[in-house]
Design a binder for this molecule. Structure first.
Ligand code: C5J
Length: 221
């Protein structure tokens, strides 16, 4: 066991029972011309976490612990994209429409893939998910239980949407959840702060939050 300095109190990390989940570090969210940018967002805010996220991934790889990557995307025929989701957002460029990096948030298109700086390596799980949460309509829970994982470290974007939703899903399934503060970001800095406050409030009601350096040190303890 290793102790990670964390909010709201230290996290007792058990490396053999821990996995890293990197949420949606896709070109569509992080690069100019993608889905996030078409919604009017400044993607440079999200790009700022790339070095810390790379350091976190490296820390898990060095420790031989599982790294799981998710991608929010849909089937080319949109059969897994509810109209209620598609109809929101920028009316001139919706999910499935042709954008600067192929069809927006469609599996197999360049924009839906993970950014080159954080690209998965052989043996790492990559899960396509149609929802905001990574447990919804995916085999994530089965994959984690098969690996004996009880604790999850979270990174990725955006803090208050897909990251927070997945942490809540994980918390309800009995996983202990730790958010890497400098490896997650929102297009709205005040939402990131609020999400971390919500997650850690009331005695870690959803989970803990800690710095990448402290997490990397603990997993390699
Ligand atoms: C959003 C995500 N923000 N990955 N997706 O639509 O958080």
């Amino acid at each position: 066991m290793a102790i990670v300095e964390a909010r709201p109190f230290p996290f007792v990390l058990d490396p053999p029972a821990t996995a890293l989940i990197v949420i949606d570090m896709q070109r569509d969210f992080v690069e100019p011309g993608g889905f996030g940018a078409t919604l009017g967002n400044d993607v440079s805010l999200l790009r700022a976490i790339i070095p810390a996220t790379a350091a976190l991934i490296k820390g898990f790889r060095d420790a031989g612990l599982p790294v799981i990557h998710t991608r929010e995307c849909h089937r080319p025929d949109l059969s897994d994209c509810p109209p209620a989701k598609r109809e929101r957002g920028n009316p001139s460029l919706r999910i499935g429409d042709e954008g600067a990096m192929g069809r927006i948030l469609i599996s197999g298109e360049p924009g839906a893939d993970i950014i080159p700086e954080l690209y998965p390596i052989k043996g790492e799980t990559v899960l396509d998910k149609p929802g905001k949460g990574a447990f919804y309509a995916t085999p994530l829970d089965e994959i984690l239980r098969e690996k004996g994982v009880r604790q999850l470290v979270f990174a990725g974007v955006t803090t208050e949407v897909c990251v927070q939703t997945t942490m809540r899903e994980a918390n309800d399934r009995g996983y202990e959840c730790l958010l890497a503060i400098d490896a997650t970001e929102s297009y709205f800095p005040e939402f990131k702060k609020a999400a971390i406050d919500m997650i850690t409030a009331q005695g870690a009601i959803v989970g803990w939050a800690a710095a990448v350096d402290d997490i990397v040190r603990a997993v390699n303890d």
